[in-house]
Design a binder for this molecule. Structure first.
Ligand code: TRP
Length: 351
């Protein structure tokens, strides 16, 4: 389909490390499924990473993490010919829009958000040490979304409020200055968060997360995948981590039913092996593509540079419209105009 007819979609991740199975079932699969019918922008949100990790050594980790995220996106089947994968900090127009949007939202609206509080707690910040950048996290996210004029924003439940803020900002802006932004719609993932494996600090009763050390990465070796999955916990009845993995990865319903019968009959090891087999089958081709792409020197870099150049064009167009609507562009233009007239006048003989 041509780009003018496909609704525009924007989503993405903070580059804090390689992606894992939780990302896969929660969002990567959806992105791949939607990329034919939508014009997709996939943001690698490095500025958002800075909200809790601004130290020089943390910034120093970004190149490695950005590369890992892009490699994972490509490995699961995001096609750079169809989708625009871009680096947020490579699109400075987004900061311009961010500043303009900041004028339109009370800090009280942001202070109340659980997502901001949770990120602050996780980063060891208390009420008084929350930075302006972290407080404004959702405004920057709104700038990402509005900049691309995205209509559809697939995110997890934890990002739902951020999309609401983008909606509010879009309509406040449109009411004040004229229609510039489409009102974006959140598409909330219906897949429940995947629990972690029992290995690692977080254990299997927390959601899978890199920082909790309980994640199975898409780029893990087959041995690591099997070793980690064999630690899946069967405690907790229907909601046990092992059962959730059966639900998430054993896609054939009759296979899933017979595995659950084994679980009910007290054979969790058979169920674990079935999960190992299903996940290995899923990750096999992903790993193959990953290794192929990783071997090709400069390929990942080229993809993100091309995508970022494309995102810049879109961003500058939107920013120009926003500045025009607000009267900032006319302000600058009138100053330039007056300066040019004066220069012209100086050139003319004065006698
Ligand atoms: N906030 C997202 C996260 O939790 C990352 C992100 C930044 C994002 N900008 C976005 C997601 C725009 C969707 C749309 O990591």
């Amino acid at each position: 389909m041509s780009d003018s007819t496909r609704p525009r979609l924007l989503t993405g991740d903070r580059p804090t490390g390689p992606l894992h199975l939780g990302h896969y079932v929660g969002s990567l699969e959806t992105r791949v499924a939607l990329q034919d019918s939508h014009e997709c922008f996939i943001i690698v949100a490095d500025l958002h990473t800075l909200t809790t990790r601004p130290r020089k050594d943390q910034v120093g980790e970004l190149p490695k993490h950005v590369r890992a995220v892009v490699l994972d996106l490509l490995s699961v089947g995001i096609d750079p010919k169809q989708s625009t994968i871009y680096l947020q900090s490579g699109v400075p127009a987004v900061y311009d829009l961010d500043v303009l949007l900041q004028m339109l939202i009370p800090t009280a609206r942001l202070r109340g958000l659980t997502s901001v509080r949770n990120m602050a707690t996780a980063a060891g910040m208390n009420e008084d040490s929350i930075t302006l950048g972290l407080l404004a996290y959702p405004v920057l996210q709104a700038a990402d979304i509005l900049m691309a004029r995205a209509q559809v924003v697939p995110v997890g439940k934890d990002n739902e409020e951020h999309v609401n803020i983008a909606r509010e900002l879009a309509s406040v802006f449109n009411d004040m200055y004229g229609e510039v932004f489409p009102i974006p719609e959140a598409r909330i993932s219906q897949t429940p968060a995947l629990p972690g494996v029992a290995a690692g600090l977080g254990g299997s009763h927390n959601k899978m997360s890199k920082s909790l050390g309980n994640a199975v990465f898409l780029s893990d070796t087959p041995d690591d995948v099997a070793r980690k999955l064999r630690t899946l916990d069967d405690e907790g009845g229907d909601g046990s981590p092992l059962r959730q993995f059966v639900d998430a990865f054993v896609r054939d319903t009759s296979d899933a039913a017979s595995i659950k019968a084994k679980l009910d009959g007290g054979e969790p090891d058979a169920a674990r092996e079935a999960v190992v087999e299903a996940v290995q089958a899923l990750l096999g081709p992903v790993r193959e593509r990953h290794d192929e792409l990783a071997r090709e020197q400069g390929m990942v870099e080229e993809i993100i540079v091309d995508g970022t150049i494309r995102a810049r064009e879109v961003a500058y167009q939107t920013l120009a419209q926003a500045r025009e609507a607000m009267g900032l562009e006319p302000l600058w233009a009138s100053l330039v105009d007056a300066t040019q007239q004066r220069a012209e006048a100086r050139k003319k003989p004065s006698y």
